[in-house]
Design a protein around this ligand. Structure first.
Ligand code: PLP
Length: 463
């Protein structure tokens, strides 16, 4: 049976007016449900993804959790798959796959339009994703969550709805040198049409943001800042709380790109103190085409719609349109409903394991992998910030990143090669591309050994 219960109503129907905050808070994995209410996410999980007694890391049966991921059973080029590309997209546990399947088999309908039973069920699932996401990232209220197709959609929404009306010639947007293109290009487009410009806060060779320089760069012409929480290339975890505090002192809104943080760290946007936070579902065990923008409520309420169409209106006539309240006025058209049903299951799944446990296990795997990789002759690892996430970008002397990734694939090992949508970062290091191995909590030490051995064989082959 799937995490997505076979019996409807869905365990997480949308709250009625006024109950969103309280419900979101109660869905926090650390809080038990009240008697007679929906089960906590843990209770929805099937398989090994649970703590035996709410205890520590050693109590989690990671090998059992691994069995939740059907794709890990497959072979590639006749070899067992070693998937080290979770930063690109995560694999999906069967609870998520079954939730998507159950949506189409049992609940398929459009959202917010039909009064019939299936329409209500589909709406409950979709709105359930909003409630789950709010609890997962520590939002104050579910209405602070705009459901999007991912981070790219979220940053573009902020660029066009929030920033475009506010920027003037001479203004600036501050980013860091380690941003993903999703946190560069939307601001560049807006700068181009307003006469504003981009400023870049530098990093050091270890791949750490130079915080003093970031703060120094927060000059009066800066009207907005964007910072990645966890770098998809370096694994660096930026001190977003401190950066948010400095931005707030100067009245500069800060967007944090949490694409690589949400799958790996416990989150609390309230305590970070930023103004916008973006997540993307497909990196957090959920389906592609799902994600969210979190924004402080007063900011969302002041933002005009970006996309127009169905679902986002109150009234339409040929004389004019009135718009739905936020966040729905940003959700024009039919969304990826099945995807959001899957995202509910993904969040329940991760919450059931506990994000502190996920972070600790991935750290353990990184600690295992790093010295073994460093011992390979000619190995160059990019990014050595203390406390970095389990992402290792690397090059081996004399071997092109794409050749290395292609030959590793022949060994069953999936790593990404290329610029990782971070051209400026590649320029900083003076390389065109790197290979990147990104770990997830279900990876094993044996897989890391297989990966290291495979690099050794590739080196010999090319020698
Ligand atoms: N930001 C970071 C740091 C990422 O790693 C990614 C995806 O690789 C994105 C943004 C874009 O996410 P999506 O393509 O899911 O919108």
């Amino acid at each position: 049976m799937s995490a997505q219960s076979k019996t409807f109503p869905h365990p997480n129907p949308p709250p009625r007016a006024g109950e969103g905050d309280e419900r979101a808070a109660r869905q926090s994995p650390s809080l038990p449900p009240r008697a007679g209410e929906e089960p906590a996410p843990e209770a929805l999980l099937i398989g090994g993804a649970r703590r035996a007694d709410g205890g520590g890391l050693e109590r989690i049966e990671w090998m059992k959790i691994r069995q939740d991921f059907p794709i890990l059973q497959r072979k590639v080029h006749g070899k067992p798959l070693v998937y080290l590309d979770s930063a690109n997209t995560s694999q999906k546990p069967r609870q998520v796959i079954e939730a998507v399947d159950a949506f189409y088999r049992e609940h398929n309908a459009n959202v917010s339009r039909a009064v019939h039973q299936l329409g209500e069920e589909a709406t409950a699932l979709y709105e359930g994703a909003r409630t789950r996401l709010a609890a997962f990232i520590g939002a104050n209220h579910r209405d602070e969550i705009v459901l999007t197709s991912g981070t790219t959609m979220a940053t573009n929404l902020v660029a066009y709805s929030y920033l475009l009306p506010r920027l003037k010639p001479g203004d600036a947007v501050l980013v860091t040198a380690m941003e993903h293109h999703a946190d560069i290009v939307p601001w560049q487009l807006i700068c181009k049409s307003t006469g504003a410009h981009l400023k870049v806060a530098p990093i050091n060779e270890a791949g750490e943001l130079i915080v003093d320089k970031f703060i120094e760069a927060l000059t009066p012409e800066v009207k907005f800042a964007g910072v990645v929480h966890v770098s998809n290339v370096l694994g660096t975890v930026n001190p977003v709380k401190e950066l948010a505090r400095e931005c707030r002192k100067r009245g500069i809104p800060l967007l944090v790109d949490g694409s690589q943080a949400a799958p790996h760290l416990p989150l609390d946007v309230k305590s970070i103190g930023c103004d916008f936070y973006c997540v993307t579902g497909h990196k957090m065990c959920g389906p592609t085409g799902t994600g969210a923008l979190w924004a402080r409520r007063e900011l969302l309420e002041a933002m005009p719609p970006f996309f127009g169409g169905g679902e986002m209106i109150k009234t339409v006539s040929f004389e004019g349109t009135t718009f739905a309240d936020s966040p729905r006025r940003f959700e024009a058209g039919t969304p990826n409903i099945a995807g959001f049903a899957g995202l509910v299951a993904a969040i329940d799944y991760l919450s059931g394991i506990g994000m502190a446990n996920v972070a600790a296990r991935e750290h353990e795997l990184l600690e295992y992998a790093t010295p073994r990789l460093q011992a390979i002759p000619g190995m160059r690892i990019f990014g050595s910030a203390p406390g970095k996430a389990a992402v290792v970008s690397f090059l081996v002397d004399g071997v092109h990143a794409h050749d290395l990734a292609t030959l590793l694939d022949q060994e069953g090992v999936a790593v990404r090669s290329g610029h990782h949508c971070a051209h400026p970062l590649m320029q900083f290091y003076g390389v065109a591309a790197t290979c990147r191995a990104s770990l997830a909590f279900w990876n094993t030490e044996a897989e890391i050994d297989a990966f290291v051995d495979a690099i050794g064989r590739v080196r010999k082959l090319l020698a």
